[in-house]
Design a protein around this ligand. Structure first.
Ligand SMILES: [Fe+2]
Length: 399
């Protein structure tokens, strides 16, 4: 998954001669995950995708990689809008939270009088990336073609996809995104899929909700740098020819976008547990979508969540739309990220249960990431933290 797709020119059978118009053969590239035992795509380049002429190690600043333990163990509130914009969609990322399975970063390319800069060509060889676009519009250009993305889009970029981000010209909302850099693959949950990979009727989204490149993207250019992320850091290759020379491809492995507004919420008479909101599965983490929905309709239902202990996970919520009634008094607002770690019991703010009784629905939109191993704090988390958050549940209670 996602399902089979074919773009541009591909020959009648795989691995047969495919001649270029000016003479010579196209070069095949098979991108296959899990040792070619799972999804793959077969791409046809005009030039060999193997021809590098230079390789350099690229150092990263300590703030881009270092995390410290969440000690003393505290719930955290990070005001991501307080972080300054800067850089591009790849090298300008600010590290918030991380463990050995996933890194969570904020990307807010520099805006203002200068046009926002496209990123250089990039590929993450350590795992898939999931980019949630909070605001602004951009084009994801890749060896698979162009994909236009905008607010509310989840963009899944498979491991080792050579791509770059091109923000729309300034004038509209600035481009801001939450980026998940996984150490593995990000997929729709298995329980949503048939054995052959089709979305089942009970899934909250399906194939028609996914968007992917529709035409080849061909760039005639000479030597071109590509920044490559591995588990050991960054390397910059220089290729003899521009990697965007793919005349066609087919397969089940490609970047795609899915808008959170197309996630169809599952509701019930009483409060539904968090797994009904799940959108993606990653290595030792899940991603859930909280979207506008009718509240629980039992006549005596309590519409806001019950207090809960995430016994086996750290819970991250990114608040991106609506008014977050259950968090009134906590300081949480648009652009906030809360971290409720395993070992801390959390729930609605005092008074919000009573205030919610009789309400018909919610307009709130939030993206949740639950990691099964503890998250450490990056430099940007320390910079954006609201130090009063941990004590807000106790405010107003009798001593
Ligand atoms: Fe929670």
């Amino acid at each position: 998954m996602p399902y089979y797709r074919r773009v541009g020119d591909v020959p009648r059978k795989r691995h047969i001669r495919f001649e270029r118009p000016g003479g010579g053969l196209h070069s095949e590239e098979l991108m296959g995950v899990e040792g070619f035992s799972a999804d793959s795509a077969l791409l046809y380049h005009r030039q060999p995708p193997t021809a590098i002429v230079k390789a350099e190690a690229v150092d990263e600043a300590p703030a881009a990689v270092e995390v410290t333990a969440n000690r003393p163990l505290l719930p955290r509130h990070l005001r991501t809008h307080a972080l300054p914009s800067g850089g591009d969609m790849v090298t300008g990322r600010r590290l918030l939270l991380a463990n050995d399975d996933v890194r969570l970063l904020i990307a807010a390319p520099a805006a203002g009088p200068a046009e926002p800069k496209p990123s250089e060509l990039y590929r993450n060889a350590a795992g898939d990336e999931l980019v949630y676009v909070e605001s602004g519009t951009a084009t994801l250009e890749s060896v698979y073609g162009r994909l236009a993305v905008g607010p509310g889009d989840y963009v899944v970029i498979p491991t080792s996809t050579t791509h770059r981000w091109v923000p729309a010209p300034s004038g509209g909302e600035p481009l801001r995104a939450l980026v998940l850099e996984a150490r593995g693959h990000i997929r729709p949950p298995r329980r949503y899929l048939s054995p052959a990979g089709q979305f089942l009727e009970q899934a909250p989204y399906c194939e028609r909700d996914l968007r992917a490149p529709a035409e080849p993207l061909l760039v005639d250019d000479g030597e071109t740098p590509v920044l490559v992320r591995t588990r050991d850091g960054l390397t910059r290759y220089t290729y003899r020819h521009h990697p965007f020379d793919v005349v066609g491809w087919d397969g089940c492995l490609y970047p795609y976008a899915f808008n959170i507004a197309d996630f169809e919420p599952i509701v019930g008479r009483l409060h539904q547990p968090p797994p009904v909101h799940q959108a993606f599965d990653g290595p030792n983490f899940v991603v859930c979508s909280f979207v506008p929905r009718l509240f629980d309709f039992h006549p005596e239902a309590v519409p806001v969540p019950y207090n809960h202990a995430n016994v086996d996970s750290d819970e991250v919520l990114f608040y991106v739309g609506g008014d977050f009634m259950s968090r009134a008094g906590s300081g949480i607002g648009l652009g906030s990220i809360s971290l409720h770690p395993a070992g801390f019991i959390h729930g609605p703010q005092p008074g919000s249960i009573e205030a919610a009784i009789g309400k018909a629905g919610t307009e709130e939109v939030a993206v949740m990431v639950d990691t099964f191993r503890p998250l450490g704090l990056g430099a940007a988390a320390r910079e954006a933290e609201d130090p009063e958050y941990a004590w807000t549940w106790a405010r107003g209670l009798d001593r």
